[in-house]
Design a protein around this ligand. Structure first.
Ligand code: GLY
Length: 422
């Protein structure tokens, strides 16, 4: 089987690394990939959001299955593009169609879905430019802090939480005035939930699902969960508070009703579902859905899957996931993300990375890296994820930090407190 993985981050390198271990996989292509995916597959120069480029790559390289890493191609309708193209329609695409990808692409759609199917989530209302007055009135009915979300995809920046009602009003106006472009044509205002976040994942063929390992990621740039939000500075799996009782609630109250809701709404969802949950005093609530795997969560959950990931991918493609097995490694896997100085603001690229061959006991997943003649240099904000196994979280983290200390590039920064709150 020849596989094409779309994307270029740590998640895509982790998928490449895992699938390269499968006896059933012949060749792996990654579009566009990074310096890490280059080691276990063939990088293709293509833009995953340019479906014509994707089509050419699929046909030229005799691709049998396409796995979509990031959300943008999904919300833009890459699944539908394949289904409607005579040359591509028999090539399975792992990732939902445009209507189902709205679970991630539209906060309003996701909230309406959750409410319609009675899945626990915070109270909310949506507004557009014509209902600004109502938005102001609604803000006065909820307690601070105020959670304001741009409806569409806003590069991870579309969620604002403020304590002051006047600031909240200003934020609603700014979003509706185009602060996040078209993504803010609608805004969702929701009740704040206090608790601890957890990322839960399933893979589904539209009929049944397999639960993947859960993870907790650390989104803020600063130690002690302070400062600006990033794409994720590290992650751990398993999550100690996600015990049997909690996960039973997650299945009964969230995953099963989501599967039923999709089926009731006539959606055959093929791919990964990422449930962004919050644990409020032992009860799980949905904060958001994502139509893909998480990053850096993939860098800890994929190393915990003992079975051949391709078996599950093939199960989604063939619609026989129920017959497939999944076995999970009981050990902890943790990851620490090494980032460019200045990230998530402006940062330099092209810095030489040193020490890549010194690593022992960890696996390095490349995110923002590229090859430049015989060197590997930085090419993004999140540069490398150092993932390690351990019988305890501490053991796994110690290995991550020992190896992180052996790596270097100008401006290198990483959080030294991943897992601190668990
Ligand atoms: N780590 C969060 C995400 O992938 O969206």
């Amino acid at each position: 089987m020849n596989i094409l993985i779309l994307g270029s981050g740590g998640r895509e390198h982790a998928l490449t690394w895992k699938l390269a271990q499968s006896k059933k996989v012949n060749k792996i292509f990654i579009g566009p990939g990074n310096a890490g995916t280059f080691e276990s597959g063939t990088n293709l120069k293509l833009n995953p959001e340019n479906f014509t480029e994707v089509k050419t790559a699929v046909l030229q390289n005799k691709i049998d299955i396409v796995i979509v890493g990031p959300e943008a191609p999904l919300t833009m309708g890459i699944h539908d593009f394949f289904v409607n193209d005579i040359a591509l329609r028999n090539i399975p695409i792992i990732g939902p169609d445009k209507s189902a990808a709205q679970l991630e692409g539209s906060k309003d759609f996701a909230k309406a879905f959750l409410t319609r199917h009675k899945i626990p989530t915070s109270a909310y209302k949506s507004f557009d430019k014509t209902s600004l007055k109502e938005a102001r009135a609604f803000l006065r009915t909820v307690n601070p802090p105020y959670v304001i979300k741009a409806d569409g995809l806003a590069a991870g920046k579309g969620v604002v939480i403020v304590d002051d009602i006047y600031e909240a009003e200003k934020e609603v106006e700014a979003m509706l005035d185009g602060k996040f472009g078209a993504a803010g044509q609608k805004v969702v205002i929701e009740q704040f939930l206090k608790g601890i976040e957890i990322s839960v994942f399933i893979i589904t063929d539209g009929f049944t699902y397999k639960l993947l390992p859960e993870a907790k990621d650390y989104k803020r740039i600063g130690v002690g969960d302070t400062g600006l939000n990033t794409g994720g500075m590290g992650a751990v799996s398993p999550v100690p508070f996600a015990d049997k009782e909690f996960m039973k609630k997650v299945k009964q109250r969230i995953i099963n009703p989501t599967m039923k809701g999709l089926s009731d709404d006539g959606i055959i969802y093929k791919g990964f579902i990422f449930f962004g949950l919050i644990n409020v005093k032992g009860d799980p609530y949905v904060i958001e859905y994502n139509a893909r795997l998480g990053d850096p969560e993939s860098e800890v959950i994929l190393p915990r899957i003992k079975t051949d990931l391709f078996e599950l991918i093939e199960g989604v493609a063939k619609g026989d996931l129920a017959k497939r097995k999944i076995e999970i490694d009981e050990r902890f896997v943790t990851t620490v993300m090494l980032v460019s100085g200045g990230y998530p603001g402006t940062y330099d690229k092209g810095k030489s990375i040193h020490g890549l061959n010194n690593i022992k006991g960890s696996v390095l997943f490349h995110a923002g890296t590229k090859r430049e003649s015989d060197k590997i240099v930085t090419s993004g904000g999140r540069v490398l994820a150092v993932s390690s196994w351990g019988y305890t979280m501490k053991e796994a983290l110690n290995t991550c930090y020992r190896n992180a200390g052996l790596l270097d590039f100008e401006g290198i920064y990483y959080r030294t407190d991943i897992g601190f709150d668990l």
